[in-house]
Design a binder for this molecule. Structure first.
Ligand code: PHE
Length: 337
């Protein structure tokens, strides 16, 4: 039996040299190191050995067991550390960059406009998108039979309940006047809604920036100067613009300002309806009835108001010729701005 020990040791050494991974090592453990493994079996058979051989046999077997256990532990550690590092990092792969979003072109334009007006001393106010008839129309001096109240233009929330989606940001003028004393210098950005067919020039949901300036002795010349300073800051010193007389129930006198059409440079095209000009803002001196409805005495105070369509301003700035492109959410389009 004593001669079996070196034979088993040789067998074990050969097996060890063939192990390449932890799977092979596990098979080795099951063959030699468990209770019914080949090493233990020799221990169990020790009782068959002649008495005088037993001490030396015991010693040799113990040496063999230590050898197997050490070899097993060494390989185990080697495989574990190799397998832990290997699959997690491949330094040859290109890095993953996190993609950063950016502001929508309409909001970029809105931010630019807000910056220009806040530099001039205007503060920002906001009102609700769902308005009542009183703020959206009545208080703004719309006669009861004004065509803008027609179902075709206004989205009513519920028939007979006087709630609607505001058709312009002008109702915020009333809320601002009711909430503070003159002097007032406010701009009011926000979303507005109109029951209109959608085409290259108009949308059913878009954005406006309202402006309101109220103090003693405010003149139309100040309104005009403010609009001109804005246009130059927004479109450059050499931009061309013009004022036209217009009508709004809530301002008197009223005007509109046009900028040279970006697409045709003023020659006339489909975007500017062949006129060479694009309207970007409606404005005028606040009507005395509106001041009164806002709780301000028109015999003491006067003021001007204006309302920009932000999408229009944005188209002029970016050179995009179809307003619908702004809201298709095609990132190839949006990434250009
Ligand atoms: N509310 C008007 C519109 O939506 C614009 C406007 C605002 C005109 C303020 C005059 C004064 O067309």
């Amino acid at each position: 039996m004593l001669e079996e020990v070196p034979i088993l040791k040789k067998e074990i050494e050969e097996k060890l040299s063939l192990i390449t991974d932890s799977k092979g090592l596990e098979a080795f453990r099951l063959e030699y190191l468990v209770k019914k493994g080949k090493v233990q079996v020799l221990f169990d058979r020790m009782k068959e050995a002649p008495k005088d051989q037993k001490p030396i046999l015991g010693k040799e077997l113990n040496i063999l067991r230590k050898f197997v256990e050490n070899a097993f532990a060494e390989l185990k550690e080697k495989f574990e550390s190799a397998e832990a590092v290997q699959p997690t990092i491949d330094l040859t792969l290109p890095g993953r960059t996190s993609s950063i979003g950016s502001a929508h072109p309409v909001y970029q334009t809105m931010d630019q406009m807000i910056n220009i007006f806040t530099e001039m001393g205007f503060s920002i106010a906001e009102g609700p998108d769902v308005e009542d008839d009183a703020h959206n129309f009545d208080a703004l001096n719309f006669p009861p039979d004004h065509p803008a109240r027609d179902m075709q233009d206004t989205f009513f929330i519920k028939n007979g309940e006087n709630l609607l989606l505001r058709t312009h940001t002008s109702p915020v003028q009333i809320r601002v006047m009711q909430g503070m004393k003159p002097p007032i210098r406010s701009i009011m950005p926000g979303r507005v809604y109109r029951n209109e067919s959608i085409n290259a020039r108009s949308l059913a949901e878009f954005h406006q920036i309202e402006g309101l300036y109220i103090d003693k002795n405010v003149s139309f010349a100040e309104l005009k100067a403010t609009m001109m300073v804005f246009a130059k800051k927004m479109y450059g010193e050499n931009s061309k613009f013009r004022f036209r007389p217009s009508f709004f129930p809530f301002t008197e006198p009223s005007a509109e300002m046009d900028i040279t059409c970006f697409l045709c440079g003023g020659k006339g095209c489909r975007v500017c309806k062949q006129s060479g000009w694009l309207e970007i803002v409606g404005c005028g001196m606040v009507h005395p009835n509106v001041l009164r409805n806002g709780g301000i005495d028109p015999s003491v105070y006067s003021g001007y108001a204006f309302g920009f369509g932000i999408e229009r301003v944005s188209l002029l700035k970016t050179g995009v010729d179809d307003i619908r492109l702004l809201y298709e959410n095609d990132t190839r389009f949006l990434n250009q701005f």
